[in-house]
Design a protein around this ligand. Structure first.
Ligand SMILES: Cc1cc2nc3c(=O)[nH]c(=O)nc-3n(C[C@H](O)[C@H](O)[C@H](O)COP(=O)(O)O)c2cc1C
Length: 195
């Protein structure tokens, strides 16, 4: 990965781990997009069209178009930022499935060496921390580079987002803004490291 000059905007692919239209995690990603520093450009990628993984279709000739787009978008980005709920203390199936597609060929996929960050919002009091631990394990297997940070784990989401889907809780907005600024600095450092 070539060094990214501090003046050049970083391109971050945002992936939400929920397909629900009013998803808190989609709202979190959108709020992050708006709160990000000017040189951290977050572009959401919708994984709704990614079909279930089938190794028979994971060939250059047969790979589904949505998977091609996903892998190209990851490859073209400086970093990936996930916003995911916790499902049964783990990674939601739709997100695990998208990562499975993106993770091939093993250790040489677009995720290998890619800086990644993660956030989550849940309606309950766990704030997706168990899901984030599970997501870390999955991403580690792809050789993605994990942003070493305590993370963004939003509890009691209905109290933090307004009716329009904006993260309205001021202390959480401030936390998210700091996280994104730290993420930008860290991604730039990764880009500058010799490989
Ligand atoms: C299949 C399923 C499993 C869930 N498991 C958990 C869980 O383990 N822990 C938790 O805090 N919430 C769990 N929830 C609740 C979700 O965190 C909550 O629905 C959240 O709002 C979903 O994220 P979204 O708003 O981005 O769609 C689960 C929901 C579903 C549908």
């Amino acid at each position: 990965m070539a060094a990214t000059p501090a003046t050049q905007p970083l391109q971050v692919l945002g992936i939400a781990g929920s397909l629900r239209r009013a998803s808190y995690n989609r709202q979190l990603l959108e709020s992050a997009r708006r709160l990000a520093p000017p040189a951290l450009v977050i572009t959401p990628f919708d994984i709704a069209e990614v079909p279930l993984y089938n190794a028979d279709h994971d060939t250059d000739a047969a790979r589904p178009e949505a998977v091609r787009r996903l892998k190209q978008a990851i490859a073209a980005s400086d970093a990936v930022l996930f916003a995911a709920p916790e499902y049964n203390h783990g990674v939601p199936g739709v997100l695990q499935n998208a990562i499975d597609w993106a993770s091939r060929p093993a250790f040489a996929s677009p995720l290998a060496g890619k800086p990644v960050g993660m956030m989550g919002a849940s309606g309950g009091i766990s704030g997706t921390m168990r899901g984030q631990q599970a997501l870390k394990l999955v991403l580690m297997s792809t050789l993605a580079l994990m942003f070493p940070h305590a993370g963004i784990a939003i509890t009691l989401a209905k109290d933090k987002f307004d009716a329009g889907g904006t993260l309205a809780h001021e202390p959480t907005r401030e936390l998210l803004a700091v996280y994104l600024a730290d993420f930008e600095r860290w991604v730039r450092r990764q880009a500058a490291l010799p490989r």
